[in-house]
Ligand binder design. Sequence first.
Ligand code: PRP
Length: 172
Amino acid sequence: MEIKKTVLSKEQIQARVTELGQEITSDYGDKKLVMLGVLNGAFIFTADLCRAVDLELEIDFIRVASYGNATHSSGTIRLSKPSEIDLKGKHVLLVEDIIDTGHTLAWLTSHFAEMGAESVKICALINKHERREVEVQVDYSGFSIDQGYLVGYGLDCAEIHRNLPQVYSLAD
Ligand code: PRP
């Protein structure tokens, strides 16, 4: 698939990440904050976002696995890499590159609440709507986008294009 057009420029992303970082900084204050980036897609967003947050915080990454293609249909999900941080009594902020059907974040939110986190919130760079199947409350939403196959800034197409510095859409 060919790259069609720029959806989010470097400047737009940088400005929004700075704003999100400021919001998170003022909302959490001296609470014990743990940012959990969801691999692989969120590795770049997490790296930029954590540097826009002016707080003492812990950072870890988790990885989600689904049986077959279940993440995008039935929501049968497990963690292939759980967090190595003891989350009891801490405030978890899940950091995602994109929300699509909603299954991944719906599952992660209830999973970490069950693990004893004091609170679980979501920060997603892109909240995409065209395929939403499960409602999720997005506490910090970078950009709301209706549709498109998006790549770049962590987002891939068959593992390619994650390193592009902007977000692009691919032609159908
Ligand atoms: C993407 C994204 C989310 C999930 C969202 O990950 O990073 O984790 O899909 O989809 P959903 O809302 O439909 O559950 P993907 O499975 O593509 O893996 P990746 O992060 O390694 O690219």
